[in-house]
Structure formats: structure tokens, C-alpha cells
Design a protein around this ligand. Structure first.
Ligand code: NAG
Ligand code: NAG
Ligand code: NAG
Ligand code: NAG
Length: 505
């Protein structure tokens, strides 16, 4: 009986703490439950027991059963999970709408009572510090783009084994996705992080950072707090950032250098946008390898598609999401301190926010002990306009095109009523796509549609594990076996296959 009361209290408490900002719940009731929870906490502590253990032993299993996440068949479980996350996200959107708040203020309300346990020093380390922490050499390079953004990119020039320093190394450029940074490739550590694995395999590894993320928050003339600074989407990233980074590497290593490009998520979108518009980069790069590729977005399971129906109402969306930076740092910190704590209590349902809401969550492949460090580095910053651009891709299903300002403004901006499509047929670089079936952002249909449009496809590899999702490409427990092994093999041999150039006339 006691247990049921505890359980009921906790479930209510969780619900209260999430919906307190909506104001419909009587505040005194909230206080009473909060008080109840702290009483339980004190009780458990006074008995000299670990709260975590008490929670796991006595409550978690009950909640799991109560909410019905217990052993069902795998796929039912997954569909269930997706539906649950969608419902939750939808309720966030509705609540933000009703209260005229920004979406992420609703997900992470300002008032927090938690302070966080962050013992692991790597949570606060920058990418170069993480690289050095694991015993690898690291470099930082600062690059100014043609339109004045100041980017800092990172590099692991050679492996831990210093003896082979002088042997020329093949070059690889890793590009993170939306909300990510160079840290994405190193935070899983030397055994699992792709940057280290490539370094050990003999590559000179460069790690890009886009404008607006943790390492690239500066401009020659614009202040970071202005809309002008954040007035960009993946289009500008593809037209200015990526060329600047590639040119810089060529300047640094010599113009006969052949760069292998590996992108994840938005890191693939910008590659397709670059190669179809500034076509000479098809000759400069050696090959492209697209992890969880995103170009067409017709078949999206991510709740981001809920934003799609508002995507022609720019004013509304900018208000909902915040005009400048999507998920600004203070919201992130609030979110972080809230969720890292709750996650310490193993309440996994709660970590289905933000990144996990947008991208899905694969319990089997997710290494929980990475969570605090992931939360320490992700989200790393992105413009709201980029998110809206993606939402537009979903609405205009089947068109991979530039930002839509509405008919009149399009006419001014582009000289046409509809935004120009990216002419994918102009891409002649050999490209391999690596995708998975449970990817909420890059579905089978869309990736296949992309693949058939490539003039020089290397291979379309589908990860042989049904649950594998969008962010598993970065951090899955089995990513080295399921993805990186194949990637290394393609890097070594993929491009030597004969290919024809349909654009040569
Ligand atoms: C919390 O409970 C204790 C003990 O029952 C009580 O003395 C205290 O006033 C309560 N605090 C609030 C804020 O309700
Ligand atoms: C349910 O799954 C857990 C592990 O997640 C396992 O220990 C338990 O035996 C399973 N129960 C049933 C009834 O299959
Ligand atoms: C934002 O960028 C667009 C496209 O480059 C441009 O037309 C517009 O004037 C910019 N707006 C502001 C306020 O800088
Ligand atoms: C999970 O991550 C931790 C921390 O990086 C690491 O020590 C551990 O080996 C990882 N576990 C698996 C199964 O990959």
C-alpha cells in the first residue's frame, strides 16, 4: 500500500513538475506533492540507503509496469515509444501556443529546484581538451568565411602512436549535424568515437564546426545577439562555411590533397547543397560518405513534422521557437541541469526531450553512461531559421530547395515565386549513403529517392539492425561494428570502382 502511495506521488510529481508552467494545476497541490517527495527522500536518506537504489528497487519497475513499457514484442515497443514521444511533443507545442511561450521554455521551465551532479570532468571539456584527455594530438584552426563568420575547426593530425608522424596521411573531413559540433565525433572515447578510429586507421582527421555552434559564435561585424547573426540556414552553411573549411584544408596541406568527406545528418544536407551549386567541389573532394543522409523529407517520423504545417507562417514559428538561436544556451543549461539530474535517477522517459524528441531514442544501442557527457556538449547551437528550413522541406515534400520566404519575397530574393531547387543531377562526386530503417529523419523512401538521383553512387548501405536510429550513427554501442567498419572499407576501396560522368558534355 505504501508503495502505491509512493508511486502515485512520484507519478503525480513528475507530471506536476512538467506542467507547472501551464498554470492549470493548483500551486498548493504542487507544493504539497513536492513536500511529499522531499519527505520520502529524507526518509530514505535517514535510513542510510541510496536514493538511487531505493528508487530502482521500489519504484522504477512499478512505474514501468504502470505505464506499460514492459516486455512486449520489440516492434510494438518501438511504435508505442514513438507514439508516446509524439504525444508529448505535441502537448509541448500546444502548451507553448496556448501560453504564448517559446517551445523550449515550455520543455524546460525557468524555475528549477535541482542542482546537478556532474562529477565527470569530461562533461565540461572542449573538443581539443577531450582529444588531449584521450592522449591524441589536437589542433584548433580559425577560419573566416566570405560573409564574415569566424569558425574554429579542430584536427587530430596523427594517431597516438607518435612514431608514424612523418608518414603522409590521407585526409578526412568530418561534419556534424544539426545541433551538433566537432565534439560529436570524439565524446564516445577512443574505442567508439569515429575520429579516433579514423586516426588509428591512418587518417589526418579534420572536424568542422558550423556558424553559431559552441566553437563558431563570432563574426567580424555582427553581434551574436542580433537577428542578422542568426539569419542563416543550412544553405548559407553550404555556400560559405563548407567552402571556407575545404579551401583552408587545401591551403594548409596543398592543392593536390584529396579530401574524403564524411557527414552526419545536416552534414550531408550541406554536402548535397554545395555539390549541386558550387560544382567545382565535385572535382576537389575525393568522395562523400553520408551517414543518416537528409535531403528529401517526405516520410518523417520525427515530431519535427508537427512544425511543418506552420512553416508557411514564419512570424508565428519565429515566435514559437525564438527568432535567433534555436535552443539558446541558457535554455540548454536549464534543460541540462534539470534532465541530467533526473537521469541520474534512471527515469529514462524524461530524457525523451529535445535531441531525443527530434531524433528518437534507441534504448538497446544507447550507452547510458555517455548521457551526461552528451548533455554537456549537445545541443551545440543552431539557428531557428535552419529548423524552419527543414520544416519547409517536409511540407514541400519532394522538393529539396532553398528557403521559402513566401511568394513576394521569393520574387525579390530569387527572381521566382518558388525557391530554386538544388539541382542534384549536377552532383558527380562518388557518394556512398549509409542509412538505417529506424531513422526518424532519413527514411528508407527518402534515402532511396536520393540514391537513385546520384550520378556516381558508390553504395547504399543499410545498417543491419532494425532499431538503429539517427543518432546511433554517432554514439551507438555497436556503431564501430555496424557502421564504422563498413565506412573504413568504403573509404579504402569504394572510389576505385569505375564510374561515368554524365555531366561531362
Ligand atoms: C512540509 O511538510 C512538513 C511536515 O509535514 C511541514 O511541517 C511543512 O510545513 C510542509 N511544508 C510545506 C511547504 O508545505
Ligand atoms: C522482462 O524483461 C526483463 C529485462 O528487461 C527481464 O529481466 C524479465 O525477466 C522479463 N520478464 C518477462 C516476463 O519476460
Ligand atoms: C536575412 O537574409 C535574407 C537572405 O539572405 C535577406 O534577404 C534579408 O534581408 C536578411 N534579413 C536581415 C534582417 O538581415
Ligand atoms: C559506455 O560509455 C562509457 C564511457 O565512455 C565506456 O567506458 C563504456 O565502455 C561504454 N560501454 C559500451 C558498452 O560501449
Amino acid at each position: 500500500m505504501k508503495l502505491i502511495i509512493v508511486l502515485f506521488t512520484l507519478v503525480l510529481f513528475i507530471q506536476c513538475s512538467e506542467s507547472r508552467h501551464t498554470g492549470w494545476f493548483p500551486q498548493n497541490l504542487v507544493d504539497a506533492f513536492t513536500n511529499k517527495t522531499s519527505q520520502i527522500t529524507n526518509y530514505v536518506r535517514s535510513k542510510g540507503r541510496s536514493l538511487k537504489q531505493f528508487y530502482v528497487e521500489n519504484v522504477r519497475n512499478k512505474i514501468t509496469t504502470y505505464l506499460g513499457y514492459n516486455n512486449q514484442t520489440e516492434s510494438e515497443d518501438r511504435i508505442d515509444n514513438q507514439a508516446r514521444v509524439k504525444r508529448k511533443f505535441k502537448s509541448y507545442v500546444e502548451s507553448a501556443q496556448a501560453n504564448e511561450k517559446k517551445l523550449f521554455d515550455v520543455i524546460a521551465p525557468k524555475k528549477l529546484e535541482y542542482s546537478c551532479d556532474d562529477n565527470d570532468p569530461s562533461i565540461h571539456m572542449s573538443t581539443p581538451q577531450l582529444i588531449a584527455f584521450h592522449g591524441y594530438p589536437s589542433e584548433s584552426h580559425t577560419i573566416v568565411t566570405e560573409d564574415g563568420y569566424i569558425l574554429t575547426i579542430h584536427r587530430i593530425p596523427h594517431s597516438r602512436n607518435g612514431k608514424r608522424q612523418n608518414i603522409p596521411r590521407k585526409t578526412v573531413l568530418l561534419h556534424h549535424g544539426l545541433l551538433g559540433s566537432s565534439a560529436d565525433w570524439v565524446l564516445a572515447g577512443p574505442e567508439k568515437g569515429l575520429a579516433y578510429i579514423l586516426s588509428e586507421a591512418g587518417y589526418d582527421v579534420w572536424l568542422a564546426n558550423v556558424r553559431g555552434n559552441t566553437y563558431s559564435r563570432a563574426h567580424l561585424t555582427l553581434n551574436i545577439d542580433t537577428f542578422e547573426f542568426w539569419n542563416f540556414t543550412f544553405h548559407e552553411v553550404s555556400q560559405y562555411d563548407l567552402p571556407a573549411v575545404i579551401d583552408y584544408i587545401m591551403d594548409n596541406k596543398g592543392w593536390d590533397t584529396k579530401i574524403n568527406y564524411i557527414g552526419h545528418s545536416m552534414g550531408t544536407t550541406i554536402l548535397f547543397a554545395l555539390l549541386s551549386t558550387k560544382t567545382h567541389y565535385n572535382k576537389i573532394l575525393r568522395a562523400g560518405f553520408a551517414l543518416a543522409p537528409v535531403a528529401f523529407m517526405t516520410d518523417i517520423k520525427s515530431p519535427i513534422h508537427l512544425l511543418a504545417r506552420y512553416s508557411n507562417n514564419l512570424e508565428y514559428l519565429l515566435k514559437l521557437l525564438g527568432a535567433n538561436e534555436f535552443l539558446p544556451q541558457n535554455a540548454v543549461l536549464r534543460w541540462l541541469s534539470k534532465h541530467a539530474c533526473e537521469i541520474n535517477h534512471y527515469e529514462e522517459a524524461i530524457c525523451e526531450n529535445s535531441m531525443f524528441v527530434l531524433c528518437g531514442h534507441d534504448e538497446r544501442q544507447f550507452n547510458r553512461s555517455l548521457l551526461p557527457i552528451i548533455l554537456g556538449h549537445v545541443p551545440a547551437g543552431a539557428s531557428t531559421k535552419t529548423l524552419i528550413h527543414y520544416a519547409q522541406e517536409i511540407r514541400n515534400s519532394g522538393r529539396f530547395q532553398q528557403f521559402d520566404y513566401g511568394k513576394e519575397s521569393n520574387l525579390k530574393e530569387y527572381g521566382t515565386i518558388t525557391p530554386p531547387e538544388y539541382p542534384l543531377h549536377k552532383i558527380t562526386l562518388p557518394i556512398a549513403l549509409l542509412s538505417s530503417e529506424n531513422d526518424w529523419l532519413a527514411s528508407d523512401v527518402d534515402v532511396t529517392n536520393l540514391y537513385v538521383q546520384l550520378a556516381n553512387p558508390i553504395e547504399h548501405y543499410i545498417v543491419p539492425l532494425k532499431e538503429f536510429n539517427h543518432i546511433d550513427f554517432l554514439w551507438a554501442v555497436d556503431a564501430p561494428k555496424l557502421v564504422f567498419e563498413k565506412l573504413l572499407q568504403l573509404l579504402e576501396e569504394g572510389v576505385t570502382k569505375p564510374f561515368f560522368n554524365i555531366n561531362s558534355h
